[in-house]
Ligand binder design. Sequence first.
Ligand SMILES: [Zn+2]
Length: 128
Amino acid sequence: MSVDDLDGQVIAGTRATTTEIDLHLACLRRYPEIGAVLHTHAVHASIFAVTQKPIPCVLEEFEYYVGCDVPVAPYHGTGSGELGESVAALLGDRAATLIANHGLVVVGRSPEEALRLINLVERAARGH
Ligand SMILES: [Zn+2]
C-alpha cells in the first residue's frame, strides 16, 4: 500500500500508487468530512455495475447507512479524471456508487466504516 497526499504524491509506503488514485482524490477533495474511500470489484455489486442498474434501497439499514439506492456513474476509463469526477458527483447524499462496467466505490468517516458499508452493499446486491 502507498500513502499519498491530496496532490497524489507518495508520502509513505513501498508499493506503487493505485492507478485509480484520481478516483480516490476526487472524492476526498470534494467531501473533506470523509476519511476513507474504498473501491472494490465485489462480485454481486459488480453484476449491477455491468448491467448498469442501481442497487435498490430495500433494507431499512441500507437507507440509514448508504442514503438510498446505489446509483451507477457512467463509464470512463480506469484512472481517468473523468471517472473520479463522475463518481464524486454522485456521492453528495449517499455513501456508495457503482461505476458502470467496473465496480463499487464506498466512502466513510473511517476505513472501518467504509469496509462495513462495502459488506452491507454486497449483501444487498447478493439478495436481489
Ligand atoms: Zn477498479
